[in-house]
Ligand binder design. Structure first.
Ligand code: FAD
Ligand code: UDP
Length: 384
C-alpha cells in the first residue's frame, strides 16, 4: 500500500513512523521548508540560541507511553515551566498560588487561611459556570480575575471573556501552596537538541519519504491508496462552507545583551499593553543559557487569523462548531482520506495529546488494514 501523510508536524511524524514500522510505504509532504510543524526549533543565526520559531513549547504529560515514546528519540532535559505575570505594575508568579495571593492582597496567609479567604471572594451564586468569566469568578473572585485574566484573555481571544467557554480556564490550576510549576503533570522536560531534531529522528526510517516545500494541493493524490491529512480541514475542502475561525500570533523578535528579563516567560496581563507575553528563548535551555552573551526574545501579539496567516488557536465558539460539523459531514462522505491532528480536527491539542492520538490512530489503521476494513474519516469525534 502507498500512503500519503500531509503535514510533517508531530501528528504526521508519529503516524508515519508507526505505519512505516508496520511495513507500509509512507510519503510525508509539507509545504514548509522544515519539519516539526509548529513545534519547530532552530538556532538563531545572531545569538546561537535555540529558538522556538512558532512560540514556546514545553513538553509535559502524565502519559507514560507518550513520555517513553519521545524518550526513544531524544534526550529530555529537566525543565519546569515557571511563569511570571505583570499586573498593575507588579510582578507575580503564575499559576495563582499562595505567593500570588499573599503578594496581591498584601497578606501572609497560611494554606488553609488562604483557601477560606479565596472562598470568601469567590462568587457563590454562579452554580455551574456558563462561560470563562463565570468560571474565573467562581474559582478566585473578581479582583484576581480582573488583574490576571480579564485583560490577558481579551487580548488573547479578541472577545469578552463572557463569550468564551469555561473550559479554556479549567486548564489552569489554583494552588494554596507555594508550588509555582505551571503544569501539574508528572513528566515535564525539553528535548536537548530541540523539537526539530526529535521529529527528524522520529521520521528517520527507510520506508518514509519526505517531501518539503510541497503543498498537498499540488501533488497527484490519486497515486496513493489513502491520505492522512493533518492540515486544516476547511482548507482540504476548499473553504466550501467558509473559514473556521482561528487566532493567529505575530512574534516581534528582538535582541539584547546578556539576560533581558531573567526568565523564559513573562505574561503581561494589563489591557493597555498590546502584547500578551515576552518569551526569552535561551531560558528554555537552562543547561546552555549561560554560554550565550547575547539573547533573543519574542513579544507575542494575538489577533484574528486572516487568509495567508498561520492558524494557531482554534476559536470553537457556536458558529465555528456549526461550520465544523458541516465539514465533518463532508469528510465522512469522502473516500480514502482521514483527518487528524490539531488542524485536521480543529482542536487545541498539547503535544502529548497529539502524540497519543497519532499512536492510537496508527494502531487502529493497522488493525483495520489487517482485516481489510475501510479506514474512517476520523479516529475520534472532533466535536467532543
Ligand atoms: P502542526 O504542528 O500544525 O503541523 C501541521 C503541518 O501540516 C504543518 O507543518 C503545515 O505546514 C502542514 N500543512 C498543513 N496543510 C498543508 C497542506 N495543504 N499541504 C502541505 N502541508 C500542509 N503544546 C504543548 O504540549 N506544550 C506547549 O508548551 C505548547 N505551546 C504551544 C504554543 C503555541 C503558541 C501554540 C499555537 C501551540 C502550542 N502547543 C503546545 C501545541 C503544539 O503546537 C501542537 O500540539 C502540535 O504542533 C500539533 O502538531 P500537529 O502535527 O497536529 O500540527
Ligand atoms: N490566561 C490569562 N492570563 C494569563 C494566562 C492565561 O488570562 O496570564 C487565560 C487565557 O485566556 C488563556 C487561558 O487562560 O487562553 C489558558 O491559559 P494557558 O496558559 O493554558 O494558555 P494557552 O496555552 O492557551 O496560551
Amino acid at each position: 500500500m502507498k500512503l500519503c501523510i500531509v503535514g510533517a508536524g508531530l501528528s504526521g511524524a508519529v503516524l508515519g513512523r508507526e505505519l512505516a514500522a508496520a511495513g507500509l510505504d509512507i510519503t510525508i509532504v509539507d509545504e514548509r521548508e522544515h519539519i516539526a510543524g509548529n513545534c519547530h526549533t532552530e538556532r538563531d543565526p545572531d545569538t546561537g540560541v535555540m529558538m522556538h520559531r512558532y512560540g514556546p513549547h514545553i513538553f509535559h504529560t502524565d502519559n507514560k507511553e507518550v513520555w517513553d515514546f519521545v524518550s526513544q528519540f531524544c534526550v529530555m532535559m529537566p525543565y519546569v515551566n515557571r511563569v511570571k505575570a505583570i499586573a498593575n505594575g507588579h510582578v507575580y508568579t503564575l499559576p495563582i498560588n499562595l505567593l500570588t495571593i499573599n503578594q496581591f492582597f498584601g497578606k501572609t496567609l497560611l494554606p488553609d487561611e488562604a483557601r477560606k479567604f479565596i472562598a470568601s471572594k469567590a462568587r457563590m451564586d454562579i452554580g455551574v459556570p456558563g462561560n470563562f468569566e463565570e468560571q474565573a469568578q467562581s474559582m478566585i473572585g473578581d479582583e484576581l480575575y480582573r488583574a490576571f485574566f480579564y485583560g490577558y484573555t481579551k487580548k488573547q481571544w479578541g472577545v469578552e471573556p463572557t463569550e468564551l467557554p469555561a473550559s479554556i480556564l479549567k486548564r489552569l490550576p489554583v494552588r494554596f501552596n507555594y508550588d509555582d510549576n505551571y503544569f501539574n503533570h508528572k513528566y515535564q522536560g525539553m528535548p536537548r537538541d530541540g523539537y526539530t531534531s526529535l521529529v527528524e529522528k522520529i521520521i528517520e526510517h527507510p520506508r518514509i519519504h519526505l517531501k518539503l516545500q510541497t503543498k498537498f494541493e499540488e501533488i497527484d493524490a490519486s497515486i496513493y491508496d489513502h491520505v492522512f491529512y493533518t492540515g486544516p480541514i476547511d482548507r482540504y475542502f476548499g473553504y466550501k462552507f467558509g473559514r473556521l475561525g482561528y487566532r493567529t500570533l505575530d512574534f516581534e523578535k528582538f535582541h539584547a545583551e546578556g539576560d533581558y528579563q531573567g526568565t523564559a516567560v513573562i505574561n503581561f496581563c494589563d489591557q493597555d499593553i498590546p502584547y500578551t507575553r515576552i518569551t526569552e528563548h535561551k531560558h528554555f535551555s537552562p543547561w546552555e543559557a549561560d554560554s550565550f552573551q547575547r539573547t533573543v526574545c519574542y513579544r507575542e501579539y494575538s489577533r484574528a487569523c486572516c487568509e495567508g496567516d498561520i492558524p494557531y488557536y482554534p476559536i470553537r465558539l457556536v458558529n465555528e462548531k456549526r461550520m465544523l460539523s458541516d465539514y465533518i459531514g463532508l469528510a465522512n462522505a469522502s473516500h480514502r482520506v482521514s483527518f487528524l491532528g490539531r488542524l485536521g480536527t480543529y482542536r487545541y491539542l498539547d503535544m502529548d495529546v497529539t502524540i497519543a492520538e497519532a499512536l492510537d490512530a496508527s494502531k487502529r489503521v493497522r488493525n483495520l488494514l489487517e482485516i481489510g476494513d475501510k479506514l474512517p474519516a476520523f479516529f475520534l469525534d472532533p466535536l467532543k
